[in-house]
Design a protein around this ligand. Structure first.
Ligand SMILES: C[S@@+](CC[C@H](N)C(=O)[O-])C[C@H]1O[C@@H](n2cnc3c(N)ncnc32)[C@H](O)[C@@H]1O
Length: 310
């Protein structure tokens, strides 16, 4: 994105008063508008009542998309991350959360050794949930490409501005008030929602990618999501008992496209995204796979270079 566009985006965010809650790997920022248009169309066209984002990650959709006619569910396996969203929702936890992050906000206070301890403690089930949320935010802020794994001296050197953090999180206390946050594997809420004709389920699992007909998992996620996990998920989506509308985000890959070839899923180009771990500004095309047809007028144009995918 050009510096001017970046500036315009920041101004727009400030005007809306809504910022992403936490930096995360695999964020969907560049595709938000397109995906929201697709969700909105699906909800109105099919008269739906409930929307579940079952791999929340950075929780972009419940942050920027509010459709007043639907109930909202957000699910994430990572306990620290989910506890962070719950703590924003709960006025009793909110103060403790921001004060806790404040304790680690001074530039250069957190060392690589501390960071490695925080990584372990935030995932330890004996750590209190709000403490895990605090550590998760600190580890996200001080890691390279927000991957919560590799310490970044530069970011730890900058510290965290607590007044900016509060300005960013306070609007979210209201925005999240009706979201039911769950800390499960996606399959638990999926099995409930899939039977409902009035549900839209959005699935954004750690991606698969195909190189020279060889499909592999993308790296960087602490909770591994194997090719076998993808197959189980896809088979659930295309099964007879799945009555809900389902949209799955992924890169183009042979495993998913095989379901398209067999007429079980639809595939659509939704935009170009930065490969966050590349550090080079490299972009690649993103796709959605759905179990219902999406009309062309809600989709972006396919750039000429990517027409060969179809
Ligand atoms: C690609 S990211 C989601 C990105 C998110 N849509 C965003 O815009 O920030 C995938 C997320 O799924 C979570 N995850 C991994 N395995 C999971 C599982 N079995 N069930 C639920 N969430 C899982 C990871 O912790 C990660 O936060």
């Amino acid at each position: 994105m050009s510096p001017l566009n970046l500036q315009i985006d920041r101004v727009r965010d400030l005007l809306n008063g809504v910022h992403d809650p936490i930096p995360t790997l695999g964020g969907k920022s560049a595709l938000l508008k397109t995906l929201i248009r697709i969700f909105d169309h699906c909800i109105y066209e099919h008269d739906l009542n409930i929307f579940g984002d079952l791999f929340l990650g950075g929780n972009r959709f419940h942050t920027h998309y509010k459709n007043y006619r639907i109930d909202r569910i957000g699910n994430e396996l990572d306990r620290g991350l989910l506890s962070f969203y719950r703590a924003i929702q709960d006025p009793d936890q909110f103060d403790y959360l921001t004060r806790g992050i404040g304790a680690f906000s001074r530039p250069r206070l957190v060392t690589k050794g501390d960071f490695e301890d925080f990584k372990k403690w935030r995932r330890d089930s004996s750590t209190d949930a709000v403490d895990a949320a605090i550590l998760t935010y600190v580890v996200s802020k001080y890691s390279r490409a927000a991957n919560r794994q590799d310490f970044c001296h530069l970011k730890a050197g900058e510290g965290i501005s607590i007044s900016n953090l509060k300005r960013k999180l306070i609007p979210l206390t209201k925005i999240y008030h009706d979201v039911q946050f769950l800390n499960e594997g996606y399959d638990k809420p999926f099995k409930q929602l899939m039977r409902r004709k009035d549900a839209l389920i959005y699935l954004d699992p750690p991606y698969l990618t195909s190189v020279d007909n060889y499909t592999e998992e993308t790296e960087g996620y602490e909770d591994k999501y194997s090719t076998a996990d993808h197959i189980i998920m896809l088979d659930r989506v295309v099964s007879e008992s799945c009555k809900a509308k389902v949209i799955i985000s992924n890169y183009f890959n042979e495993l998913y496209f095989d379901y398209v070839r067999r007429g079980l899923l639809y595939c659509y180009f939704v935009g170009m995204v930065h490969v966050s771990s590349s550090g080079t500004g490299r972009k690649r095309p993103e796709f959605i796979f759905s179990n219902y047809p999406i009309p062309e007028y809600v989709l972006p144009h396919i750039p000429h270079d990517f027409r060969y995918y179809f």
